[in-house]
Design a protein around this ligand. Structure first.
Ligand code: PLP
Length: 395
């Protein structure tokens, strides 16, 4: 009666959502202060006051029709111009508003790009473990295949030997995500240069461009070092961006796909993304949020609470004896399960109302993810529980 695939996506909850729902149930029983919920990546820093003020001003200043009407499919020219100006100022580029296609967040940008680049059922995309779990459904529902390159443990950069072997004439794109969910690691400039060199060589071998699809919702959440701006290194880069994390607006659904002028067959790529947005029924990105971005494209996030949490949890856990990938950005800590089995360790933690996500779905079954976009006090209260768990494993 219905599509088996869609039914599965609609009924089987992700492990993250399962833990989150469980946490809510437990809080009702044992009290909120006794549940240590590190499951979700919902920003704990409130949206900047400038954003809230912009919403009030827009509602007070503009006629209702101007705020709530359909915009053109790729987004209003003013919002796209504001974004292009921001990028050009920061990265010395010369992007035009016609390079930007506004979307309901990075997820919508990624699904549209996956559809746009899928040529037939032989098409392949490549992702690097650990990877955002939704990539596999974005690729497969587009009709393509997702090949996952195993994690480069413990540095969480890229295993180029395996990448080299995995590329073939059907490879259309390589998805990168830095700062990374779930590891918090940033790809170094050396990694990006290596990736660019390899993909240039492979594109020549297979006779068509292999695109980098750079998924960048955490680009502004950086605590150490710099995030190399990938189009500077590789011309065939398409960026999928979101304001969900940088402006703490995940429920408002606003982001974009950027197709720089350097992308081969730029207009076809751009128009195919717009076509994908059309058939997916996106129509246009939320109009009020387009007005907000027009006014707030230059606003920077307040990183202080994340920095404080990162210090506390990273230092706290390493002192107890946990091995963690040192996170330079995003708001995740990726920790080696001390018993070697992430699922078993997550289950064990759950018995103590400590909710941490096993890395299995991220393609890394020996690590667990801790989302530290939470209340600072909860991080403090959770450390003795992490200690108890370590003692249990060592006993
Ligand atoms: N990509 C990564 C790596 C993410 O972590 C997320 C959300 O958590 C997304 C994409 C989707 O972001 P959005 O809320 O903008 O759709």
């Amino acid at each position: 009666m219905v599509s088996k695939d869609m039914l599965r996506y609609g009924t089987v909850r992700s492990c993250i959502r399962e833990l989150f729902e469980y946490g809510k149930q437990r809080a009702a029983v044992v009290g909120e202060e006794n549940v240590y919920d590190f499951s979700l990546g919902n920003p704990s820093v409130p949206a900047p006051e400038e954003v809230n003020q912009a919403i009030r001003n827009i509602v007070n200043e503009l006629p209702s029709k101007a705020i709530h009407s359909y915009t053109s499919g790729p987004g209003s020219n003013t919002a796209r111009t504001a974004i292009a100006n921001n990028l050009n100022k920061r990265f010395g580029t010369d992007y035009k508003f016609t390079d930007l296609y506004l979307t309901a967040g990075a997820a919508a940008a990624l699904t549209a790009v996956s559809r746009a680049l899928t040529i037939d059922d032989k098409t392949e995309f490549i992702a690097f473990a650990p990877f955002f779990t939704e990539y596999s459904c974005f690729a497969t529902t587009a009709g393509a295949k997702l090949t996952v390159i195993p994690a480069d443990i413990p540095a969480f950069q890229i295993n180029f030997e395996l990448l080299d072997k995995s590329i073939n004439e059907n490879t259309q794109g390589v998805i990168v995500n830095s700062p990374n969910n779930p590891s918090g690691v940033i790809y170094t400039e050396e990694t990006i240069k290596g990736l660019a060199a390899l993909l240039k060589r492979k594109s020549a071998d297979v006779g068509h461009p292999i695109f980098i699809i750079s998924d960048e919702p955490y680009r502004e959440l950086v605590y150490e070092g710099k995030v190399p701006f990938i189009p500077h290194y590789y011309p065939n880069t398409i960026i999928c961006y979101s304001y969900s994390k940088s402006l703490s607006l995940p429920g408002e659904r606003i982001g974009y796909a950027l197709v720089p002028g350097s992308v081969e067959d730029h207009d076809d790529v751009y128009n195919a993304i717009a076509g994908a947005g059309r058939i997916l029924g996106y129509v246009c990105a939320p109009s009020l949020m387009q007005h907000v971005i027009t006014r707030c494209a230059d606003i920077k996030p307040d990183l202080r609470p994340y920095i404080e949490n990162r210090e506390l949890i990273y230092n706290g856990l390493t002192e107890i004896g946990y091995n963690c990938a040192k996170p330079s950005g995003a708001f995740y800590l990726f920790v080696e399960a001390p018993n070697g089995d992430a699922q078993a360790f997550s289950n064990m933690a759950k018995q103590h109302d400590l909710l941490i996500v096993p890395g299995n779905d991220f393609g890394c079954p020996s690590y667990v993810r801790i989302s530290y976009c939470v209340d600072h006090d909860m991080v403090k209260r959770s450390l003795p529980v992490f200690k108890k768990l370590m003692e249990k494993v060592r006993a």
